[in-house]
Design a binder for this molecule. Sequence first.
Ligand code: ADE
Length: 247
Amino acid sequence: MRIDVVSIFPEYLAALDLSLIGKARRDGLLDVNVHDLREYTHDRHRTVDDTPYGGGAGMVMKAEPWSEVLNGIRGARESAAPDERPVLIVPSPAGAVFNQKMAHDLAEEEHLVFACGRYEGIDERVVEWAGERFDVRPVSLGDYVLNGGEVAVLAMVEAVGRLIPGVVGNPESLVEESHSDGLLEYPVYTKPSEWNERPIPEVLLSGNHARIARWRRDEQFRRTAQRRPDLIAALEPAALDKDDREV
Ligand code: ADE
């Protein structure tokens, strides 16, 4: 998968060199390209923002550098079909809220482009114009406001990247994790079996795999009902097995 990120703080994205995502880049599974928006300005001050029409607080990102960098990215992939529209993700608190289903859908794409806005956002005409060349998706990390899109991009690239085959060494660890089946993950324990006078649940020492699986599933329900009742309400009846019961 190719990923392009445009930002006025390219150093923010240095974290994409670390850990599993960094290894995936070195292994050739992910081709990540970070672009400094200021490189696409042509004035002495490398200006990327200006005052908002209609007045009000803050500054708005100018259209010209954005169209220049996005045109370059659109043309950079020689292997792309001429009618291919890469997904352009615009992180914004005004976007649809990112979730695991979105991460799975994005992991199927050939090319993702992330446009990190700062200040009050990007001139809306860029988004309209880009819609003719990209599949534009405003996406929010959650119902709170960050100073810019960079932190959201780090989160989204990690969530999407780890779903690409080969990035996570043991693909089984993607199966039994929070949100993979609409529930939160069960609690986990490791050695010693008793710590600070706290023994682990005895079922985990039973060697009875069916009992352990049942206990884990019940714990998923208990935890989800307590922490995220909205997820319980959203469960499809088909997602329940015959031994699932009200917790
Ligand atoms: N930029 C500012 N706030 C944001 C948020 N909540 N999600 C994504 N991008 C943002």
